[in-house]
Structure formats: structure tokens, C-alpha cells
Design a protein around this ligand. Structure first.
Ligand code: AMP
Length: 483
């Protein structure tokens, strides 16, 4: 964090919520009165502006951006490595897309959907996850004719009207992978591998995978009946929410965090014991692939994931360390029925999403490295009116040639500009004074030895490049990576 951003952060903390005082705005309006234009004064009370975003939403400040940049870079590289193409879908979709695909009885739709009616009367909602939108786009753009599996990668904000707490926001970001058109469990194993590899590439080395199979609509129907009859026999001991869930979504009771419900679900029938032959073989093969990968996993018979569209494999990725195990970093599963439900042909598919904010909390906790951008090696100082005018063009020339330059154009004195150059730790300062501006030259000051030489502006770019190279310095950008 720079001194400036620290100061800003300090101030912001001190003034946690600043409410602007009520102001009265006086608006004047021309009204026709008695055939002449006359001004009438209309007074309007303005709502005070609350200087904070809505509850559960956060700004991402400059000092946190290196973590975000690292997550962006690592996830884009991982998507490329695993053959996923980037696709972006809108933040807003028609509400019924979510109602139908995620399911009316799920928490995400029933309680957490940010839905509203537009001025044109459309019922829309902010996306509470990405799979439904990506599946809609897959169908709309006829991607089913592409060679399978069609692998798509997206990232961006997600909205859930949940109760905010540590690691739980109303606006948060996800990295999302989807693969359409392949039913072989080798793809399930590869998706789990991609998710864990991504988390580990961020420096979160200890990762734990939890896995389960919740079967297909055929075997799940039978399993649900068994589960419901077990739960009905214990209904009086369930929490209020779970009593209601027996009817609408009995599987959710298995991952209820209430003590009394956990105790009951520990003894409940497990889906893995009631899979049909196809689902059983699928799950068994998946576990064999994971064993082959030496990828440690735990079978969690109570892992059901909250959404209706899941079939067969479901999984979650957790931090492997004790303190980090408060919340999942990500999760996903198969949704073989979703594309058909949306009107397409039967298309097996699998996906997962990782929560960016949770990844960053964990990166900070394990002291993983954020992205370290390139630092300028050159500072451009100017002195006098003419030099100041010329310096802007010179800056642009250097930038066009890939030389990262710092400046402090607003400062007049050379001394204060050199102070900034020193603070930035640049290798050289280019000084453009009144004389140099007239002569078409620039002074090059070596900031280590203090030596100075004069060079013509025409040859400056080549000279600076040569000097930076001789000093064994990377001239420009992007090659720095700690991925
Ligand atoms: P889900 O599909 O709900 O399991 O979400 C996938 C991942 O997104 C979770 O494992 C979290 O990392 C992240 N996530 C889900 N809900 C929230 C939230 N309200 N705030 C922050 N991150 C979340």
C-alpha cells in the first residue's frame, strides 16, 4: 500500500458512514402566466447521499488489486491450459431462466434472487450463478454443433440477497468453468483437477476435495422417497426450515448446518448406496481417475449442493488447512438434464465455480503472493514552461516504445521531482529543462552513480533502451509473472 492509499484508507475508516446533510435544491422553471413568461421557484428536498455501497457489497481498493490481478491471470492461464474459451453472458437474465433451471424451491431462487420488473415490464433478475446463463447462451448460439466437449470459461459478479457475514457478500465474483457434451467421467475428473490446480496455482497449496454422487432423476426419485420417509419419521426434531424442506427439497436437509438436523442426517440413507447401475459405474470410474491422478478426496455423503439441476457428480473444493476450513472455495457438479430442460437436445454437462473473494481471503491467510507488476525504471522531469509542454509528447514517445516511465508533471521544482524519482527507485531520470527544450536535447541522469550526460531527443529512445538493457533490466512489462 502506498503512503497515499494508506492515508485514504485510514480516513475512510475514521469516517465510516458519512451522510451528506439534507440540501434544498432550488430549481427555477419558466411557466406561462397571463401570456408572459414568468419564473416560478420550485423547492425540492434531496435524499441524503449515504457514502457507502448497499449492504453486502464492497469496493475493491487499489491495495487489493494485486490479488485480483493474480486471480485473473492465473484463472485465464488455467482456462487456456485446459482448453476453455472465454464467454461472457449478461449480469441480467429473464427471471424464469433461473426459476426453471436452478429450481423454485432452492434458497438461491426462493430467498436470494435480486429480481425486478423493468420499465418495459420484463421480469428480470441479477444472475445468482453463471451456469444457467451460459447454458442459455450455448443453446441460443447453436454451440451444440461445435466439437464436444464445448468448454467455456467466464468470470464476473454474482448477486445473492443473503445475510452478509465473513466470506458471504451480496455482490461477489466467481470464476466459472462449464463443459457441454461429454458424459465420460474422465471429464468429471479433469474438472476437479482443473479446480484444484487453479486454487493451488494461487499459492493455496493445501486443498481438500469433497465429492458425492446424487444420482440421476431415475435413481434419485427412489432415493428421495426413502429419504423423505426417514425424515418424516423424525420431522419433530428438525429445524423450522428443514420441516418445510421435507416437501420441497429434502436433499437440502442433509447439508443443513443446524446441530439437530446434522445429527439426524448423519444417520439418514445415503445417495451413494442407492445409485442405479449407470450412476454407480460413473461414480466408481470417477474415483478411479482421481486415484490415478493422486488427487486426494473425501466422499461426503451429505454433500448435495443447493441447486435442482445437479445430477450424478457433485463436488466442493475446500482449503485443506484447519483455520481455512470455514467455507468452501468453490464447488460444482454435473447437470446432464439442464440443456434439455431449457429446450435443447439431451446434453450431458459439468461445471464448477470458485468464489474470488474467498480465494483472496485464503491467499492472504496463507501469505500467497499477489501479482507484482512492473515498476518504472525511468523518471521524466521537466523544468520551465516550454519543457513542460514538450515533456508530454516525450512521455508519449517513451510509452509508445514500451518504456515504462514515471513522472510528476504537476510539480514545478526539479528538487521535488527528483525526490519522487528517488522514492520510486528508478534507474535513470530524464531531465528536460528550458535550454534542452530549445536545443532538442535531454539530460540523462544515472540515479545510482549520479553521472549526467546530454543526448539528442532524436536518439533518446534507442539510448534509453540500450542503457536499460546493459543494466540487465527488462525494458518493458508483462514478462514478469509469478504464476
Ligand atoms: P456455490 O455454487 O453457491 O457453492 O458457490 C460457489 C462458490 O462461490 C462458493 O464456494 C464460494 O466460494 C463462492 N460464494 C458463494 N456464495 C458466496 C457469497 N455470498 N459471498 C462470497 N462468495 C460466495
Amino acid at each position: 500500500m502506498t503512503k497515499d492509499t494508506k492515508a485514504v484508507a485510514k480516513k475512510t475508516k475514521a469516517v465510516k458512514v458519512v451522510k451528506a446533510t439534507k440540501k434544498t435544491v432550488v430549481k427555477t422553471k419558466k411557466v406561462a402566466a397571463k401570456g408572459r413568461g414568468r419564473k416560478q421557484v420550485v423547492k425540492k428536498e434531496l435524499e441524503p447521499i449515504v457514502l457507502q455501497p448497499p449492504r453486502g457489497m464492497k469496493d475493491i481498493l487499489p491495495e487489493d488489486q494485486p490479488y485480483w490481478e493474480q486471480v485473473r491471470r492465473v484463472s485465464e492461464k488455467s482456462a487456456r491450459d485446459y482448453g476453455f474459451s472465454r464467454m461472457d453472458v449478461p449480469l441480467v437474465e429473464f427471471s424464469n431462466l433461473f426459476n426453471r433451471s436452478i429450481g423454485d424451491g432452492t434458497d438461491v431462487v426462493e430467498k436470494e434472487l435480486y429480481s425486478f420488473v423493468t420499465k418495459g415490464g420484463d421480469k428480470v433478475a441479477l444472475r445468482p450463478e453463471m451456469t444457467a446463463g451460459v447454458a442459455r447462451a450455448y443453446l441460443q448460439h447453436g454451440m451444440n454443433i461445435l466439437s464436444k466437449p464445448v468448454k467455456l470459461f467466464s468470470t464476473g459478479p454474482i448477486y445473492r440477497y443473503d445475510r452478509p457475514q465473513e466470506g458471504r457478500q451480496r455482490e461477489f465474483n466467481q470464476i466459472n468453468y462449464e463443459a457441454f457434451g461429454e458424459q465420460d467421467p474422465i471429464l468429471d475428473a479433469q474438472m476437479i483437477q482443473a479446480a484444484t490446480r487453479l486454487v493451488q496455482s494461487l499459492g493455496i497449496k493445501a486443498v481438500q476435495v469433497q465429492i458425492n454422487s446424487i444420482g440421476c432423476p431415475v435413481c434419485r426419485k427412489e432415493y428421495k422417497e426413502l429419504l423423505v420417509s426417514y425424515l418424516e419419521s423424525k420431522a419433530s426434531k428438525l429445524c423450522v426450515d428443514c420441516k418445510r424442506r421435507i416437501e420441497v427439497s429434502p436433499l437440502r436437509i442433509l447439508d443443513c448446518k443446524e446441530d439437530k438436523c446434522s445429527q439426524l442426517s448423519a444417520a439418514a440413507p445415503q445417495s451413494v448406496d442407492h445409485l442405479c447401475e449407470e450412476c454407480r459405474v460413473h461414480f466408481k470410474s470417477l474415483l478411479e481417475y482421481l486415484d490415478e491422478l493422486d488427487l486426494p478426496y473425501t466422499i461426503n455423503p451429505r454433500l448435495v449442493r443447493g441447486l435442482d439441476y445437479y445430477t450424478k457428480t457433485v463436488f466442493e473444493v475446500w482449503s485443506g488447512s484447519e483455520e481455512g476450513r470455514k467455507s468452501a472455495l468453490g464447488g460444482g457438479g454435473r447437470y446432464d438434464g439442464l440443456v434439455k430442460l431449457l429446450g435443447g437436445e439431451a446434453t450431458p454437462a459439468i461445471g464448477f465455480a470458485l468464489g474470488v473473494e474467498r480465494l483472496i481471503i485464503e491467499m492472504k491467510r496463507v501469505q500467497a503472493k499477489p501479482y507484482k507488476g512492473p515498476k518504472p525504471k525511468v523518471f521524466l522531469a521537466q523544468l520551465g514552461e516550454l519543457a513542460k509542454k514538450k515533456s508530454l509528447r516525450l512521455f508519449s514517445e517513451l510509452e509508445k516504445n514500451g518504456i515504462l516511465v514515471a513522472e510528476s508533471f504537476g510539480r514545478g521544482s526539479l528538487k521535488s521531482q527528483l525526490r519522487v524519482a528517488n522514492r520510486l527507485g528508478v534507474e535513470m531520470t530524464l531531465i528536460l529543462g528550458q535550454k534542452e527544450a530549445l536545443d532538442g536535447t535531454v539530460i540523462i541522469k544515472n540515479m545510482v552513480s549520479g553521472e549526467q550526460e546530454t543526448a539528442s531527443t532524436a536518439k533518446l529512445i534507442d539510448l534509453v533502451k540500450r542503457k536499460l538493457k546493459t543494466d540487465n533490466v527488462v525494458v518493458y512489462h508483462e514478462e514478469h509473472t509469478n504464476i
